[in-house]
Design a protein around this ligand. Structure first.
Ligand code: NAP
Length: 288
C-alpha cells in the first residue's frame, strides 16, 4: 500500500512572530535615536462589531511592538468629504507615520476616494492607487498587507516562482489583484480566476501555485490540486474554515498553509513592519 503523502505546513504563526519581533526591535531603535515612537493612526467609521474587534486587535499588537496607535473614531454617518478631511489631516500630521482606514466604511462612503486621501508614504496598509501601481511596476512602496504576507511566506519556504504557473482565485483590490501583481513581479505566469471563470477546476489542476482568496468555504477541491503544488489559502470563513478542502488538498500538495495559522497572522505582521519602515523613512533613521 502506498503511504498517504502529506504536505509540509507553512507556519504563518511563527514567521509572523519573527517579523513582529524584528519590527519591535526596530521600533525601539527608532524611539531611542529620535525620541519618537512609530505611530499608526487607525480610522474607524461607525461601530461595526467585526471592525471594532479588528481595530482593537491591531492596536493591542501595536502596543506590544512599541508602536503608538491613535484611534480616530468617527460616527457612522460621516460623509466621504468629512472622512477625506480627517485622512488629509492625518497625512499632514508629522506625529503620524502610518494610516489605516478600517473598511468597510458603510455604503454611503466612496471608499476609493477616501483611500486616495492617504499620503503614499503613510499608506502602510497598501490601499492607495499609488501603492497598487508600485506593486504592479515592481517599484519600492508599501504592499497590501495580506498579499505582502503571502509573498513573505513563499520566500520563507524557498518557493521558486520564476516560470511557475500561479493561479489566483479572487480578484479583490486588497487581495487577489495585488497578490497576482506581486507573483508576476517574481516571474510567475499568473492566471486570475473569479466568479465568472468558466472552469475553475481545470485551471486549478494546472497550477504550480494556488492562491485561494475568495471567502467561500472549501471552494477549491483537494482532488484538483496538482501533486506537489504550493497551496496558499487566504480564505477565512466562519468556523476557522479556509477556501480550500484542507484534508484532501494536503494529501496532494507539496506545501500548504493551514487555516488558521497560515496567511492570517501574516497580515498584521506586515502592517506593523510597514508602519515601522514608514516611521524610519519619515524620521530619517538609517538601518543600523
Ligand atoms: P471579496 O472582496 O469578497 O472578493 C472575493 C473574490 O472571490 C472576488 O473576486 C469574486 O469574484 C471571487 N469569487 C467569488 N465567488 C467565486 C467563485 N465561485 N469562484 C471563483 N471566484 C469567486 O473578498 P476578499 O476581501 O478578497 O477576501 C477573500 C477571502 O480572504 C475572505 O475569506 C476573507 O476573509 C479573506 N481575507 C483574509 C485576510 C487575512 O488577513 N488572512 C485578509 C483579507 C481577506 P468577482 O470579482 O467576480 O466577484
Amino acid at each position: 500500500m502506498t503511504p498517504t503523502r502529506s504536505a509540509q505546513l507553512m507556519d504563518g504563526t511563527s514567521l509572523a512572530g519573527r517579523i513582529v519581533e524584528e519590527a519591535t526591535v526596530k521600533a525601539a531603535d527608532i524611539a531611542q535615536r529620535t525620541g519618537t515612537s512609530p505611530c499608526l493612526a487607525t480610522v474607524l467609521v461607525g461601530e461595526d462589531p467585526a471592525s471594532v474587534t479588528y481595530v482593537r486587535m491591531k492596536r493591542a499588537r501595536c502596543a506590544k511592538a512599541g508602536i503608538q496607535s491613535r484611534l480616530v473614531g468617527l460616527p457612522a454617518a460621516t460623509t466621504t468629504a468629512e472622512l477625506i478631511d480627517t485622512l488629509t489631516a492625518l497625512s499632514n500630521d508629522p506625529a503620524v507615520h502610518g494610516i489605516l482606514l478600517q473598511h468597510p466604511c458603510g455604503p454611503h462612503v466612496d471608499e476609493r476616494a477616501a483611500f486616495e486621501a492617504i499620503a503614499p508614504e503613510k499608506d502602510v496598509d497598501g490601499v492607495t492607487m499609488h501603492s497598487f501601481a508600485a506593486m504592479s511596476f515592481a517599484l519600492p512602496g508599501f504592499v497590501s498587507c495580506t498579499p505582502g504576507g503571502i509573498m513573505r511566506l513563499l520566500e520563507a519556504y524557498d518557493v521558486e516562482l520564476a516560470g511557475k504557473h500561479a493561479v489566483v482565485v479572487g480578484r479583490s483590490a486588497i487581495l487577489g489583484k495585488p497578490v497576482g501583481m506581486l507573483l508576476l513581479a517574481k516571474d510567475a505566469t499568473v492566471t486570475y480566476c473569479h466568479s465568472r471563470t468558466a472552469d475553475l477546476s481545470a485551471l486549478v489542476r494546472e497550477a504550480d501555485v494556488v492562491v485561494a482568496a475568495v471567502g467561500r468555504p472549501r471552494l477549491i477541491r483537494g482532488e484538483d490540486i496538482k501533486p506537489g503544488a504550493v497551496v496558499i489559502d487566504a480564505g477565512y470563513n466562519p468556523g476557522n474554515v479556509g477556501d480550500v478542502e484542507f484534508d484532501s488538498a494536503r494529501t496532494r500538495a507539496g506545501l500548504i498553509t493551514p487555516v488558521p495559522g497560515g496567511v492570517g497572522p501574516m497580515t498584521i505582521a506586515v502592517l506593523l513592519a510597514q508602519t515601522v519602515a514608514a516611521a524610519a523613512r519619515q524620521l530619517e533613521v538609517q538601518e543600523s
